[in-house]
Write a protein that binds this ligand. Structure first.
Ligand SMILES: Nc1ncnc2c1ncn2[C@@H]1O[C@H](COP(=O)(O)OP(=O)(O)OP(=O)(O)O)[C@@H](O)[C@H]1O
Ligand SMILES: [Mg+2]
Length: 248
């Protein structure tokens, strides 16, 4: 069965995309057939890191214009992973993003149905892990991704705003949708070795990743878990991967 993870956060810029991309490469490097879908339809990122090799975007699939398979680019050879690494890109065209804002509830309901069908498509292809990179907060697309997931990975920053909103999301969204959750503390400013917290708001904390300037300043296309496995960020990603697997 395919494990579907939604990488979500209450606030923007917490590190969701960095973690989603590295986690996908970590799973694929460990031989798992992996699919990474850019569900951040309002702020697409994958297309600035990888090159799509198909004419179909995830937007087309959600609108019922194609199958999920038609949107996938296999990056196994480009990156050199042992498992397949399928990528599904969100359309970065500004007109498409503006259009999305005006989509109504019916379109969003159809998009959720498409996502559920997409999960079945991926299960038929024997995909082991699917990762949905989402936009922050409670936009329809993110909540659809959360609803379609088996587990929500909450990327959390140590700010009061993030604390207040994450707690609300756990109580008001994930719990209501009956989702399993885990927290990643990212960009932590203190001494991570001092952190004893294993649970927050009743949710397990998988790891705490320090704030490291070089993560933001290295090349946009660099996937640390692949290019620099000894980097603390890469090691944290491997810990997250192992803990997620142990939780299944
Ligand atoms: N641990 C870290 N230390 C320092 N910088 C980090 C860390 N993790 C991620 N970053 C940097 O923070 C910035 C935001 O990261 P990223 O784009 O992954 O966040 P995001 O949650 O996906 O943002 P958005 O909500 O806009 O989609 C990037 O420049 C990234 O390189
Ligand atoms: Mg992002």
């Amino acid at each position: 069965m395919t494990l579907t993870l939604a990488i979500h956060s209450s606030k923007g810029g917490t590190g969701k995309t960095s973690i989603a991309v590295n986690l996908a490469v970590a799973f694929a490097s460990a031989g798992k057939d992996t699919c990474l879908i850019d569900m951040d339809l309002r702020g697409p990122s994958l297309c600035s890191m990888f090159k799509p090799k198909t004419h179909f975007w995830i937007n087309d699939f959600l609108s019922g214009k194609c199958n999920l398979k038609d949107t996938l680019t296999d990056s196994k050879k480009d990156i050199g992973t042992s498992g397949h690494l399928y990528l599904s890109f969100s359309n970065p065209d500004i007109g498409e993003i503006r259009d999305l804002v005006s989509k109504d509830r019916n379109w969003q309901a159809g998009a959720l149905k498409a996502l559920m069908n997409g999960k079945r498509e991926l299960a038929e292809e024997n995909i082991d892990v699917t990762i949905l990179d989402t936009s922050p907060g409670v936009e329809y697309e993110s909540i659809n991704a959360v609803a379609a997931s088996d587990m929500v990975i909450i990327v959390h920053n140590d700010t009061k705003a993030c604390h207040d909103c994450t707690e609300q999301l756990i109580k008001g969204v994930y719990t209501l949708l009956d989702k399993r959750c885990a927290i990643i503390d990212n960009m932590y400013h203190g001494n991570c070795l001092d952190i004893k917290e294993k649970n927050r708001y009743g949710v397990p904390v998988l790891t705490t990743i320090p704030c490291m300037c070089d993560i933001a300043t290295r090349s946009k296309n660099e996937i640390l878990v692949h290019s620099d496995p000894e980097h603390l960020f890469s090691k944290s990603i491997m810990t997250i991967k192992d803990k997620i697997e142990a939780m299944q």
